[in-house]
Design a binder for this molecule. Structure first.
Ligand code: ZN
Length: 74
């Protein structure tokens, strides 16, 4: 048995149709670049008519509110 790899279907990069490496961190894309291209297309489709991102949009993980009032002794 030397053809084990033949059991694995080759995944094509959805962007450029080159074979994508299963072990690539960009999988199922052939490269990080193609992944970005796809992400861009997705974002443009979804957010085509929205305003640009501003910092408040990603400010969900804000730090603790300072100076909790109450039982902090002198
Ligand atoms: Zn590609």
């Amino acid at each position: 048995m030397t053809d084990a790899q033949n059991n694995i279907p080759v995944r094509q990069c959805p962007i450029c149709k080159k074979p994508a490496d299963l072990n690539s961190e960009a999988f199922p894309f052939c490269s990080p670049r193609c992944r970005l291209v796809d992400l861009n297309q997705w974002m443009e489709g979804r957010y085509a008519v929205t305003r640009p991102l501003d910092p408040q949009d990603i400010d969900e993980g804000r730090p603790d509110t300072p100076e909790a009032p109450g039982d902090a002794g002198p």
